[in-house]
Ligand binder design. Structure first.
Ligand code: HEC
Ligand code: HEC
Ligand code: HEC
Ligand code: HEC
Ligand code: HEC
Length: 198
């Protein structure tokens, strides 16, 4: 009996430790989350190709994402934009048939959202477009992608390093600091918490 006495307690201790380690690990990870979805490239319900439309046919980004210039969101175009061309272009394609049917039924295509910040963080497209930051600075060479992939981490450090003038494109740096010989490292936008969190 006595030889076994400490054993259950010891086992309990080991068990508790074994349980606690992942719990603490999880707590630390969720306290400092990396909400980054970098590399995320989900399959879409219709294999829409930016490489074909924006690359080969050189369609302007703003033709389909015009609200990026005016509002917080760039948005995804509604089907009537597609139908401007696809009423007549490639109508024999099974994908175009699906788009046409959805359009006629007034049904949207359920595109899978790729870039998405957590609710507590606030982003505005229009301010960045006006400041001369190109779509590709943040989204990468979309015009070369058959399937869109999230190129940038979109985490707080990534936002901050541009606002602080560290990773800022040179056209933007020059516009904000026309008098400085070397504007790198000089702030171009607010780094106050309330700029991005409210
Ligand atoms: C013919 C219309 C069209 C043009 C032109 C176009 N896009 Fe798109 N874009 C779409 C559609 C439709 C989607 C949703 C399907 C997808 O993700 O491929 C999309 C998705 C995106 C996404 C991902 C959205 C998300 O869910 O995070 C980004 C980023 C994007 N486009 C940027 C661009 C950029 C930059 C250009 C110019 C180089 C451009 N687009 C040109 C129609 C267009
Ligand atoms: C300015 C004209 C134009 C607009 C607007 C346009 N497309 Fe296209 N699309 C084309 C052309 C041109 C092709 C290539 C046709 C070919 O291969 O002969 C094409 C090809 C496609 C294909 C490939 C079809 C296949 O089976 O090969 C899909 C899918 C497609 N478009 C979806 C869309 C969607 C979705 C939208 C709206 C978000 C859109 N297109 C808007 C011109 C356009
Ligand atoms: C300074 C970086 C930056 C620039 C420049 C930028 N985007 Fe974005 N984009 C983002 C971020 C961050 C998100 C996610 C926003 C969110 O979740 O609220 C996003 C989301 C999107 C989406 C998904 C739908 C939406 O409205 O949230 C599309 C489409 C898109 N961007 C297209 C574009 C196009 C087209 C341009 C150029 C005209 C552009 N972006 C310029 C950072 C940028
Ligand atoms: C490549 C550079 C760059 C990146 C990356 C970037 N920004 Fe900005 N941001 C700017 C510039 C330049 C301005 C323009 C400031 C102005 O309007 O004078 C700006 C302005 C803003 C504003 C408006 C500021 C105000 O005073 O109202 C917000 C909000 C903002 N950014 C949030 C974000 C968030 C959130 C991210 C990351 C998801 C981000 N930005 C990433 C360059 C950048
Ligand atoms: C230029 C925009 C920007 C500014 C300024 C900014 N943040 Fe953030 N912050 C973000 C973005 C985007 C995220 C979400 C992405 C991530 O988790 O990295 C974030 C995430 C966070 C998180 C993680 C929240 C969570 O999910 O647990 C905290 C905490 C935070 N910010 C605090 C701050 C504080 C404190 C300040 C002021 C010193 C600040 N932020 C300034 C853009 C910003």
């Amino acid at each position: 009996m006595s030889s076994n006495d400490g054993s259950p307690m010891k086992k309990l201790g080991i068990l508790a430790a074994a349980l606690l380690i992942p719990v603490i690990g999880y707590a630390v990870v969720t306290m400092f989350p990396n909400s980054s979805n970098q590399g995320y490239a989900p399959e879409q319900p219709i294999p829409f190709s930016h490489k074909l439309h924006a690359g080969q046919y050189k369609m302007a980004c703003l033709y389909c994402h015009g609200s990026a210039e005016k509002s917080a969101h760039a948005g995804v175009p509604s089907l009537n934009v597609c139908m401007n061309c696809h009423k007549v272009v490639k109508t024999d394609s099974p994908w175009i048939k699906q788009i046409t049917q959805a359009y006629n039924e007034g049904r949207p295509i359920e595109w899978v959202r790729i870039h998405e910040l957590p609710d507590h963080a606030h982003f505005v497209h229009s301010r960045h477009i006006t400041a001369g930051v190109s779509c590709q600075t943040c989204h990468g060479p979309i015009q070369e992608m058959d399937r869109v992939s999230q190129v940038s981490p979109l985490n707080m450090g990534w936002c901050m390093s541009c606002h602080r003038g560290q990773t800022t494109p040179s056209n933007v740096l020059r516009a904000y600091h026309p008098d400085l010989k070397d504007p790198r490292g000089h702030q171009v936008a607010s780094v106050n918490c309330t700029t991005c969190h409210y």
